[in-house]
Design a protein around this ligand. Structure first.
Ligand code: FAD
Ligand code: SF4
Length: 494
């Protein structure tokens, strides 16, 4: 055959639409892509090991697979085309902007016909909305109707309500957390770890305790493990944070969904089946389904709508550099210290820690969105531009002028204390906003409201927060401004 399908490292689906009997497969371990940033080693190992396992499975199924290491995608593809006399290349549209642009130029660059298939890894690509959804909630309802998940035969949502989020606000109560199933490195993964130690010397973190699923079969075991042991408690403790637990009742399925080892519909369907089997309550199942077919798809949709301008958005004119302690976690702020150390160690922390600790601080302190975005892209095992950028620049920092989330997620220590056990072990006083031990989240929260009062007042969803300013005297305002100036001047030493 003179036809090849090029499969990317984040497209490792058993249902890749380019897989046709008799068609050759090409996969490229691009050194340029792997070294584009200093990524976390666990993420690099995950992708390359998953690619090598996938190639092995395709070979076992009878495909001829050319898995090659190359300086970059283009030189790898050129060599492949020359070696096999390829006359037609097929690929599936990439999830990331730059790679899709590259694919669009490929016919010109390679000098042979290139067919780009639609991306089938996202539900919104399979069924694009007819109108641009302004908000997540109507988008999510449309997705529920389209997939039929938690929809009764009469078209109404199961349980009579669309969204049970108000039931999902509990603080962690110390109940046992079932340990997630681990997948120690096999010989292929050990080889990948050794290869990457040479080829990606600037990567961060350690892959020594690598234990993530790297095959489709392992990914399904991880899905079953979550459904059987953690889904039931997922809902109530979805927003809870704990110094002693990385995962609590979260799924840690994002790294697998994002490279195609799990399909979003199959994942959400498995949760719904657990509800119907009486194994998990509706609030947990609805919450999980909303994350997968709601938030995840909405984020992807927004990414494609807002790119490429999203990359440079900076609606709050935040210009401060990212504090150096984001790279080691040595700060007296206990919440930030714990969360940053978790991330640097494992490449993971859950959603509320990303949003309400890491991004919240960066928003309140006026850190440049592009530096925060880069930090997230580099540190996480599930980080890809399509998911990081709308979540960081849009949701977390509200730097896109409210296109992704209608209001900025701003919070003082009161929120962090309500949802976590961090404040108890902290040098700072969670109740104070001025004084030497005042929690920086408090001072910077009120400082943000004062500085941006006029803009915030114009946002109907922020009325209550800004109203709080009325109870602050002129003297207190001045004290907050002075203390915030000191904090920001000494940000490296917090
Ligand atoms: P669970 O809590 O078990 O949720 C289930 C699934 O829902 C996740 O696996 C994920 O696929 C999906 N999901 C939930 N919320 C979102 C969301 N806002 N965007 C996309 N998917 C969502 N997700 C990534 O996959 N990669 C990232 O690099 C990433 N960076 C983020 C940065 C910030 C600042 C924020 C606020 C969110 C980010 N998210 C990212 C979204 C979310 O935090 C992670 O998907 C989630 O924490 C992954 O852990 P989990 O699988 O245990 O999630
Ligand atoms: Fe974080 Fe402030 Fe609580 Fe300390 S007191 S853990 S800095 S919110």
């Amino acid at each position: 055959a003179h036809e090849s399908v090029w499969i990317l490292g984040d497209q490792l689906s058993p249902h890749h639409p380019g897989l046709v009997a008799g068609r050759r497969v090409v996969m490229i371990e691009s050194l340029a892509r792997l070294n584009q940033r200093p990524y976390h080693r666990r993420k690099l190992v995950l992708i390359i090991s998953a690619m090598r396992h996938y190639a092995g499975e395709l070979r076992a199924a009878g495909y001829e697979v050319d898995l090659r290491s190359a300086p970059d995608f283009l030189s790898g593809l050129r060599d492949h085309v020359a070696t096999f006399g390829v006359r037609h290349l097929i690929c599936m549209a990439a999830a990331e902007y730059d790679t899709r642009q590259f694919q669009q130029r490929l016919e010109h660059d390679l000098g042979i016909p290139v067919t780009m298939l639609p991306n089938t890894l996202f539900l919104v690509e399979r069924h694009p909305p007819t109108r641009s959804p302004a908000l997540m909630e109507p988008f999510y309802r449309a997705m529920r109707r389209q997939t039929g998940l938690l929809i009764e035969p009469d078209g109404e949502p199961t349980g009579g309500v669309w969204n049970l989020d108000h039931e999902n606000r509990r603080r962690y109560d110390g109940r046992p957390v079932p340990a997630p199933v681990r997948f120690p490195a096999d010989t292929i993964t050990q080889q990948v770890i050794a290869d990457l130690a040479r080829s990606c010397p600037n990567a961060i973190g350690s892959a020594d305790d690598f234990d993530l699923p790297v095959t489709r079969a392992q990914a399904l075991v991880a899905l079953d493990d979550f459904i059987a042991h953690r889904l039931a408690d997922f809902g109530p403790f979805e927003d809870a944070m704990s110094a002693d637990h990385d995962l609590l009742f979260h799924s840690q399925l994002s790294p697998l969904l994002n490279i195609g080892l799990l399909d979003p519909l199959e994942t959400a369907t498995a949760a719904v089946a657990a509800y119907h089997a009486g194994k998990a309550p509706l609030a947990s199942v609805e919450g999980f389904v909303r994350q997968i077919i709601g938030w995840r798809e909405y984020i992807y949709y927004r990414y494609w709508e807002l790119m490429p301008d999203l990359l440079s958005a900076n609606a709050w004119q935040a210009e401060r550099p990212l504090p150096g302690w984001y790279w080691h976690g040595e700060t007296r702020m206990h919440c930030l210290s714990c969360v940053i150390k978790k991330v640097l160690r494992s490449g993971y922390c859950h959603h509320i820690e990303r949003l309400m600790v890491l991004c919240n601080f960066a928003l309140l302190a006026g850190i440049r969105p592009q530096e925060v975005n880069a930090w997230f892209l580099e540190c996480y095992i599930d980080a890809y531009e399509w998911v990081v950028t709308p979540n960081v620049i849009g949701m977390g920092l509200n730097a896109d002028g409210g296109r992704t989330a209608t209001k900025p997620y701003l919070a003082s220590a009161a929120y962090i204390d309500k949802m976590s056990d961090y404040c108890r072990g902290c040098f700072y006083d969670r109740k104070a906003r001025i004084g030497p031990r005042a929690c920086p989240f408090n001072t910077l929260y009120w400082h943000f409201l004062i500085v941006h009062e006029a803009t915030l007042r114009a946002n109907p969803r922020l009325g209550p927060a800004v109203l709080g300013l009325r109870r602050i005297t002129e003297a207190e305002r001045q004290a907050i401004m002075a203390q915030a100036a000191t904090i920001l001047a000494q940000i490296e030493a917090l």
